[in-house]
Design a protein around this ligand. Structure first.
Ligand code: UN1
Length: 518
């Protein structure tokens, strides 16, 4: 049975297929089409932005504690639908059940954090230089936000934008990934069930080109005040340029080449466990996935043996079963992953599975769970002997592949970890506090784990990257409020006179020449 879904603007289905349809298949059983997705064109995207812009003053005028109650309701509604939403995420994106439920929990955590923000959104009262004058600061909403998200975290990462944007009094146009459309519509419906007024949250399905043109039109027409984007560095760069032309700073959460340094004092078993989870969990398709292991040369052989053995033994396959990871999210990620495998060179040694590339009857994986031919399943690939000049060392490789390199001294390890120029997540395994703090200080990443993997950020710490991973914006916790509010400074002079700042200020005259008798 085909499930046709489309955009929702101002509370109404925006029918029609001006840009055609695409299907969103189950990547672990491609014959199972989860949704047929009607795509909007740029004009429809811009119309959604205009609807959000019209709805924004009314939403901003709704008292913040009332908006906070709406966020509380969203959290409870998502909680009551946790199983169903988790199942849909597994079906549409191929995330194993535990991960899918964890992803839904991240929405609930985000709502739990921000429901109270409706009663805070604190500003300050600030003393003035002059008498009978008071200074204040207020957080004001930015306006209408256009949020464009990837499908690897089809519901959690969108909530990182939607929840703080809404509680702070912004309205939103959300453009999810087409290959995550059914999960996105489900999340949208759960938000709507909380009773959001028409136009406060709008959902648009569109391809990349129409979205970009729609953003351009919305910016030109003055109906987009903020862009939030999670996706590739290449697209983030273009969005940054576009927003800059309109004097806007977008919130960009881009790629990563997340390093893990393993020092001589590390607990090797713990490091192996962390490398397995962050290298191959979600089939390596997290922004926080492990890219490069940088292991001290004295531990290289032991670590590699144990990591390769653990990877070879890991269960891969049907995500409804107990597996480490399931399929690639979508055909386009499978195609790109095949390109990355082409970066393996003769000086590399490949470990971790019975073969490389797509798992099939002709290229089986020992212990595969389910039917590999039914979906987009790939062998886990460990590449040893990666050198700092290799493409595999320098570029993000979204998929189940991890490079291994060695180092001699900690400064060298830190320099290697910074070499690719990304800066999202990073990890160090060590039992030497000196190494841990030196690494924290030297690493360019926005997030640092000590004796924990590169994945697994909690919903109330700042999440974001530097360099090729983003423009320094941070999501989550109180920090994301700086993305969705602006500070307004107010001064109120009740002296009845014009008191000029810096000029009409009382002075206390000090004796700066005063010295103690020695
Ligand atoms: C992402 O990959 O875009 O830290 C987000 C983690 C998750 C979020 C990842 N909590 O891996």
């Amino acid at each position: 049975m085909s499930n046709t879904i489309g955009s929702v603007i101002g509370g109404r289905a925006a029918g029609g297929t001006p840009a055609g349809t695409v299907s969103s298949p189950n990547p672990s059983r491609l014959a199972d089409v989860v949704a047929e997705v009607q795509l909007a064109d740029a004009a429809t995207f811009a119309a959604a932005c205009a609807a959000a812009k019209r709805a924004q003053p009314g939403w901003a005028a709704t008292p913040a504690p009332v908006r906070g109650r709406a966020i509380a309701a969203i959290g409870r509604i998502v909680e009551a639908n946790k199983e169903a939403l988790g199942r849909l995420v597994t079906r549409e994106l191929g995330k194993p059940r535990g991960e899918a439920l964890g992803e839904v929990q991240e929405i609930i955590d985000t709502c739990d954090f921000f429901l109270g923000e409706g009663r805070r959104l604190y500003g300050q009262t600030v003393p003035s230089e002059m008498p009978d004058k008071q200074l204040f600061t207020f957080r004001v909403p930015v306006g209408a936000a256009a949020v464009v998200t990837a499908g690897n975290f089809p519901v959690a990462v969108p909530s990182w934008y939607l929840v703080p944007a809404l509680v702070a009094g912004n309205t939103v146009v959300w453009k999810p990934a087409e290959y995550a459309a059914a999960s996105a519509l489900a999340l949208f419906e759960l938000f709507q069930a909380a009773g959001l007024p028409e136009g406060v949250l709008n959902l648009v399905f569109a391809d990349g080109a129409a979205t970009f043109a729609g953003l351009e039109q919305g910016l030109r027409e003055g109906s987009i005040d903020k862009i939030g984007f999670t996706g590739s560095t290449a697209v983030g760069r273009r969005i940054g340029e576009l927003a800059g032309r309109y004097l806007q700073v977008p919130c960009l959460e881009l790629g990563g080449k997340n390093p893990m340094v393993i020092t001589p004092s590390a607990d090797i078993a713990l490091a192996v466990e962390g490398a397995l989870f962050s290298g191959f969990g979600t089939a390596g398709q997290r922004c926080t996935s492990l890219g490069s292991i940088i292991v001290h040369e004295s531990l290289h052989d032991e670590f590699l043996d144990r990591f390769a053995a653990a990877t070879s033994a890991a269960a891969v396959g049907d995500p409804t079963q107990d597996v480490l990871y399931g399929p690639m999210l979508d055909q386009k990620f499978a195609d790109r992953f095949e390109e990355y495998l082409g970066w393996i060179q003769p000086h590399h040694k490949v470990l971790g599975s019975s073969a490389m590339g797509r798992i099939s009857a002709a290229s089986p994986r020992d212990g595969f769970v389910g039917d590999p031919e039914a979906g987009l399943f790939y062998h886990p690939t460990i590449v040893d002997g990666v050198q700092p000049g290799d493409a595999l060392f320098l570029q993000e490789t979204f998929g189940p592949i991890v490079g291994v390199s060695t180092y001699g001294g900690l400064d060298e390890a830190i320099a290697l970890a910074n070499t690719p120029g990304y800066g999202l997540s990073s990890a160090i395994y060590t039992n030497d506090p000196h190494d841990a703090f030196r690494f924290r200080q030297g690493i360019s990443a926005g997030m640092v784990s000590v004796n924990n993997s590169t994945s697994g950020a909690e919903a109330h710490l700042p999440f974001g990257g530097n360099g090729l991973s983003g423009n320094g914006s941070r999501q989550s916790g109180i920090w994301v409020l700086d993305q969705f509010t602006r500070w307004q400074a107010m001064n109120w002079d009740y002296s009845g006179r014009l008191q000029k700042a810096q000029m009409d200020v009382a002075e206390i005259i000090p004796d700066l020449d005063y010295r103690l008798d020695s």
